[in-house]
Design a protein around this ligand. Sequence first.
Ligand SMILES: [Zn+2]
Length: 205
Amino acid sequence: MEMARTFPGIFNKGRGKRRFSATNVIPAKKIKPLEVSFYLLPKQYDKTPSEKEKLIHMQAGLGPRTAHLDESTTYEELCDALKVIYPKLRSITGGWLLYKSAGGWGSRKLSLVSPDDTGYTGRLLKSAGRAGQNLFIVPIQEELSTSPLHLTDEAFSSMAKATCQKCGVAVPLQLLKDHINSCLVIDVDGDQPDMDGCHPAEIKL
Ligand SMILES: [Zn+2]
């Protein structure tokens, strides 16, 4: 009130509007986005996969993916999100655990990220996934196939892609260089999935 008396012009001008500000005081649920880099391994590994293994994993719908979560993400929500970016995880019935790698370059040892009693939550992932490192998803009692998937497979649906100019198929950027080097097809309808992504019998021009 002292200030209002000193500067009546400033303080009185806004008074009519001030009445409404009370409704804005209640804070909305604060969303704290959390971006986590995952890497789905086909089975338990002692160390981080080699470059050659990474390519095999990516072609099989495994390997690195980014999940956009929230710090309040529950374990159930995490499982649902992971099943979208990794359709192969839907077949896992024997559970999976998260591992992280020690720092440094080259092949690094993997160590378990212990879940708490509610499983893996956004809060837990935030502290475990520091420094932009991958969190490795490891099936504990099963082994996932590492056979290459067709490029139109659902496993690649959420990935950024570019169209191969030879075969016309949208190729995930992570596989693009390798695909272009090995693609022999000129043009393809791409209806029939096959294992190598090539349809030599359907060449049209
Ligand atoms: Zn191609």
